[in-house]
Ligand binder design. Structure first.
Ligand SMILES: [Fe+2]
Length: 288
């Protein structure tokens, strides 16, 4: 296996990492979880984070072949479609996104054809499906629990965990969204824990506690198994579920949940403009 190169960018406003994974300079690349900046007060989108991503791809002369979403994020708008327009590549997510699309399609009254495969996402990964990034081989792993459709991507010794594990001193992802389930997340993480301890674990987010100053993009599975504050290798399912549910009971609705989900179940497409030429996001009242 060729060396897996990873360049990680942190999006401060939403604490999200975008990872650029490539085989070699002038080779092929995947971008995992691209972010479209969004100002909730004005309803304005920006491409600041996407421009940094694109600048790196161009500097390294990388051909973008995949734009991979780990799940339908509830904390930021996906930049997948704008990235695809500018750099090419296929936008992909896990096949179970259909469950999330049918639930939130009703909440936001989204026409089914806007979420169809080929319109929203170009490719839906089955669990265990293999894919290539030039000389690199990847595998898509279905790891539900945070949502029913979460994916992790294993590319060589690099595991992009999405919202499952966070840094050992932060713990794990919440399981209180529709279709989320702590027992399911426990089993998904056991599956990840069966990989070698030396596996590099790349974060989807980092929320450093007061005891740590810097955000960190990567740790190892060995570190997670020994030190994760919610789920170590020796933590029982019942202990994890109790800890996870107690934590979830204290968490607020994410700031950008409503704007994010209705864009992200469309694969990162903004809603179609109305007859007056303006596109609108919808806010369901007294539903969430
Ligand atoms: Fe998430």
């Amino acid at each position: 296996m060729n060396q897996v190169h990873v360049h990680s960018l942190f999006h401060e406003p939403t604490s999200t990492f975008t990872h650029i994974v490539y085989d070699h300079p002038q080779g092929k690349a995947a971008v995992i979880d691209p972010v479209l900046d969004y100002e909730a007060n004005s309803g304005r989108t920006h491409t600041q984070q996407l421009e940094q991503t694109i600048a790196f791809l161009r500097e390294q002369q990388l051909e973008l072949v995949w734009i991979l979403e780990t799940h339908a994020h509830a904390d930021h708008l996906s930049g997948a479609q704008i990235l695809k327009q500018k750099q090419g590549g296929k936008v992909a997510i896990g096949a179970h996104i259909s469950t999330v699309q049918s639930y939130f399609g009703k909440v936001f009254d989204i026409p089914a054809e806007e979420m169809e495969k080929g319109i929203s996402f170009d490719h839906l990964f089955a669990d265990g499906e293999a894919f290539d990034i030039g000389l690199l081989q990847g595998q898509a792993l279905h790891v539900p629990g945070h949502t029913p459709a979460d994916m992790a991507y294993l590319i060589g010794d690099a595991l992009f965990v999405g919202d499952t594990l966070f840094m050992p001193d932060v713990g794990t992802a919440r399981c209180d969204f529709p279709g989320g389930d702590a027992a399911t997340l426990y089993h998904s993480i056991q599956r990840l824990y069966s990989l070698p301890d030396s596996t590099r674990v790349f974060m989807c987010h980092d929320y450093p506690p007061a005891s740590r100053e810097q955000v960190q993009a990567v740790t190892t599975l060995g570190e997670e198994k020994q030190h994760n504050i919610h789920l170590r290798a020796d933590t029982s399912e019942a202990d994890f579920i109790a800890r996870r549910q107690a934590r979830d009971a204290q968490l607020a609705v994410p700031n950008l949940l409503l704007p994010s989900i209705q864009v992200n179940v469309r694969g990162g497409h903004l809603p179609q403009p109305k007859a007056n030429g303006t596109a609108y996001l919808q806010i369901p009242l007294n539903l969430i």
